[in-house]
Design a protein around this ligand. Structure first.
Ligand code: SR1
Ligand code: MG
Length: 404
């Protein structure tokens, strides 16, 4: 592979060589790798006044090891995506201090004063007042500015060419948009879901609808996406008394359908809500899909008058937003399903006690199927909300459990 795979002990010298750190006597390093693919290190000085994060792509999937090789060139896609997001929504990503293409390593702001949104929610935390609106805004800002509405035609063609990300797109085409519906070694699930897993693989309508969404994912180059916008790609917290939301890990970025980014976020907030429902602690979960859609829609509509091609008229905007909404609902369904019976499950569910895990997972799976199959009928956030309620275990799983 011919590049330097970094270990914690290498980081001080590496940071000095790259011009990010002078004093090798005053640097401590810890590894905080958490995602499925890469390694992440945090370096800080003894006084805690200076810190940096180093993220390196390995030549394989980190959680699988060398048996699942993956080109480390995905770091190029991530660096490119950060460049674009920095232009469109600089306040919503970490500061990037440098990219070392040769060693597939990014040096960036240490966000460890913040918490991963999924972790925060799993621990019973609430959403911040602006968390979901900020996510919707980010999707609008990135997607508008990299669409044919925000970018001249020739410049956009160059962006499309530069942003192809075949290996990571193929992972999504496989693990999200096909494997859960066929027999595949990646798939696994709780034995309490055997009946639904079998049913989903045999469901011809479901499969055809997923095929359509898969084809949209493969062919619809609307705008540059984050590409993996789940709640594990969002950090939240407070700085100087103000709410802070930061999105990271855009290595799956490519030019694709805008609804995919929204749908991934929605799937993950809905699964988090299914967990909260099972535990009998819904809090503010129910508002999040609506708040992110409203954040997206308001921002996109606000940018519309600045479009570079006015042949796209206001009536077309309505049609376009309708399409983004419907596709987002469908993609949300596919993301929910894969997170329960496919590859890469969610701690939202897997950390629940067994009986609640089964109840919440069944709730999520049934909702996922509804979102895919009936996406065209689910016209607004309230309709999705109603389906969530219709499919919820009666009286809440936790209540049933207490009654036994
Ligand atoms: C093999 S990668 C599995 C998943 O991890 C990433 O975070 C993406 O969500 C991908 O689908
Ligand atoms: Mg990731």
């Amino acid at each position: 592979m011919g590049y330097r795979i970094l270990d914690p002990d290498d980081i001080p010298v590496y940071l000095r060589e790259r011009g990010h750190w002078d004093d090798l006597d005053d640097i401590r390093v810890r590894e905080v790798s958490d995602g499925n693919l890469n390694r992440v290190f945090l370096a800080s000085n003894g006084a805690g006044t200076r810190s940096l994060a180093v993220k390196q792509a390995l030549p394989w999937v980190r959680v699988a090891g060398p048996s699942w090789p993956l080109s480390p060139d995905r770091s190029d896609a991530e660096a490119r995506a950060y460049e674009q997001i920095a232009k469109a929504a600089p306040d919503k990503i970490p500061a990037i201090h440098g990219y070392d293409a040769e060693n597939h390593a990014l040096v960036m702001e240490d966000l460890s004063d913040l918490t991963v949104l999924r972790t925060h929610l799993n621990e019973g935390g609430s959403y911040g007042p602006s968390t979901s609106a900020r996510i919707g805004e980010l999707v609008a800002q990135l997607s508008f500015t990299t669409s044919d509405f925000g970018m001249p035609s020739a410049e956009r063609k160059a962006l499309i060419a530069a942003s192809v990300n075949p290996e990571l797109c193929k992972i999504t085409e496989d693990v999200v948009l096909s494997e859960p519906y066929v027999e595949h070694e990646h798939n696994h699930w709780h034995p309490g879901l055997d009946d639904l897993a079998t049913e989903f693989r045999a469901a011809t309508r479901l499969r055809t609808e997923v095929a359509e969404l898969r084809h949209v994912f493969m062919t619809s180059g609307q705008a540059l996406l984050h590409g993996d916008l789940h709640t594990g790609s969002v950090m939240v917290g407070r700085r100087d008394g103000a709410e802070v939301v930061r999105v990271f890990d855009p290595e799956f970025s490519f030019v694709g359908p805008i609804g995919f980014d929204l749908g991934l976020y929605w799937a993950n907030v809905l699964v988090s809500e299914a967990r909260a429902h099972a535990l009998g602690s819904e809090g503010d979960h129910a508002d999040q899909l609506r708040l992110s859609w409203e954040g997206f829609e308001t921002e996109f509509r606000g940018l519309w008058p600045t479009r570079v091609d006015t042949f796209f008229d206001d009536a077309y905007l309505e049609r376009f937003l309708g399409r983004v909404w419907t596709e987002a609902v469908g993609f949300a369904g596919t993301e929910i399903i894969r997170r329960v019976i496919g590859f890469a499950h969610l701690t939202d569910l897997t950390t629940l006690p067994d009986d609640l895990q089964v109840a919440a997972s069944r709730h999520a799976l049934l909702l996922g199927r509804e979102l895919v199959v009936h996406r065209a009928e689910l016209a607004d956030p309230e309709s999705v909300r109603a389906r969530f309620g219709d499919l919820a275990p009666r009286g809440g799983a936790n209540h049933r459990r207490a009654a036994v």
